[in-house]
Design a protein around this ligand. Structure first.
Ligand code: ACO
Length: 356
């Protein structure tokens, strides 16, 4: 049985640093509120007209490809995870393929939209493809340009202060060493609370879900509007219904329950326990969530990598950015057990165990 490994890893964050004080100049918020609730001090924003989710993903991918010791032509499958794509369609996978010049005729690209768990879902897909022998060099990218789609008025402050831009990438390849590589991946979802953390408009829902939910949601259009008029309406624009919305406390409660569950599930499967974890890389949702999970699992500060303080929450990019940073800092050595875990919109959540 072939096992897969991460052959190369890279990340890219844009240059522009946006501090909490910078945000407090455009909306009613404060450094104190943001740090106390989330741990975030600053985040990065991409440059308008110069950078996109795809271009940042391409920069991270170039580093991962080079570190994997392959050339771009060797990439046979691309998986792109994002919730902030350049276009509604086509997805960033083919745009990245074009940007990197991966033009050989066997190449293929897949876009996935599992939000904060996007990288974990992508890793599991890559693992299955490599293990089955179908592909040898799967390029997995998680990238987000949140800054283009946030509400910078006080109305959107509960969401806007949390998110930042950036990208991370890995190349998944067959492992040559016995015992090395991805030991397991665990994926879960539950759509019951899909709208608790969501970016609903513009969309083709046409009000359908409205009648199926207990809570009253204002989807931003009238029933007598015509088909073409309800995809994006003046009301949506005026009332800021074209931005992400989040019931923060509800998300928080779900996250602190699901993270430990899915980590323990993976450990149980391979007969290991939390004390065997050398490095836990949680999705950087909120420092308070990571601290809660760390405490619940009885891990030390040295066993958990957090970088949300300087990058904010970069959704699909957060796990590979943190993973790469920890590796570059020399905190992940050969033979170490690395645990990745994420929870986010959907809700979707997942974990992976990797013997480095
Ligand atoms: N600055 C100042 N005040 C704010 C801000 C802000 N940026 N945002 C909200 N407030 C105000 C609210 O208006 C509210 O005021 P009120 O009491 O006068 O009505 C008050 O602060 C409390 O608002 P809550 O939303 O209840 O604040 P809470 O303590 O829950 O903190 C937060 C909000 C940080 C979002 C928290 O709920 C949280 O971390 N939730 C987890 C969700 C999360 O991490 N999401 C990340 C993305 S999802 C993911 O990656 C898993």
């Amino acid at each position: 049985m072939i096992r897969s490994k991460i052959g190369g890893i890279g990340y890219y964050v844009p240059e522009t640093v946006v501090t909490n004080d910078d945000l407090s100049k455009v909306m009613e918020t404060s450094d104190e509120w943001i740090q106390e609730r989330t741990g975030i001090r600053e985040r990065r924003y991409g440059t308008k007209h110069k950078e996109t989710t795809t271009s940042m993903g391409a920069r991270a991918a170039e580093v991962a490809i080079q570190r994997a010791g392959i050339s771009k032509e060797d990439v046979d499958f691309i998986i792109f995870a994002t919730l902030s794509p350049d276009y509604y369609f086509p997805g960033c996978g083919v745009l990245l393929q074009r940007e990197l010049g991966i033009t050989h005729k066997e190449a293929a690209a897949l876009d996935i939209r599992n939000q904060c768990s996007g990288f974990l879902y992508g890793l599991s897909i890559a693992d299955q493809f490599v293990r089955s022998g179908m592909y040898k060099n799967v390029l997995l990218v998680g990238s987000e340009m949140h800054s283009m789609g946030l509400d910078f008025s006080t109305r959107g402050r509960n969401v806007t202060v949390i998110f930042g831009d950036g990208a991370g990438a890995v190349v998944v390849q067959p492992s040559e060493k016995e015992g090395q590589g991805i030991l397991t991946t665990k994926l879960h979802s539950d759509g019951t609370y899909a709208e608790k953390l969501a970016f609903i408009n513009p969309g083709a829902h046409g009000g359908y879900h409205l009648d199926k939910m207990e809570e009253e949601y204002d989807f931003g259009y009238d029933y007598d509007q015509k088909y073409g008029e309800i995809f994006i309406t003046d009301k949506m624009l005026k009332d800021g219904q074209i931005f992400p919305n989040m019931e923060g406390q509800f998300v928080f409660k779900m996250a602190v329950q699901k993270f430990p569950e899915v980590i323990n599930e993976a450990l149980d499967e391979v007969g290991l326990s939390t004390k065997d974890i050398d490095m836990l890389i949680p999705h950087q949702a909120n420092l308070r969530i990571s601290q809660f999970v760390q405490k619940r699992l009885g891990l030390t500060d040295e066993q958990v990598w957090n970088n949300i303080q300087k990058f904010g929450n970069t959704t699909a990019a957060s796990v590979p950015i943190a993973f790469c940073e920890a590796w570059e800092a020399g905190k992940i050595k050969e033979g170490d057990l690395v645990c990745l875990a994420a929870f986010g919109s959907g809700f979707t959540w997942g974990s992976a165990l990797i013997r480095w």
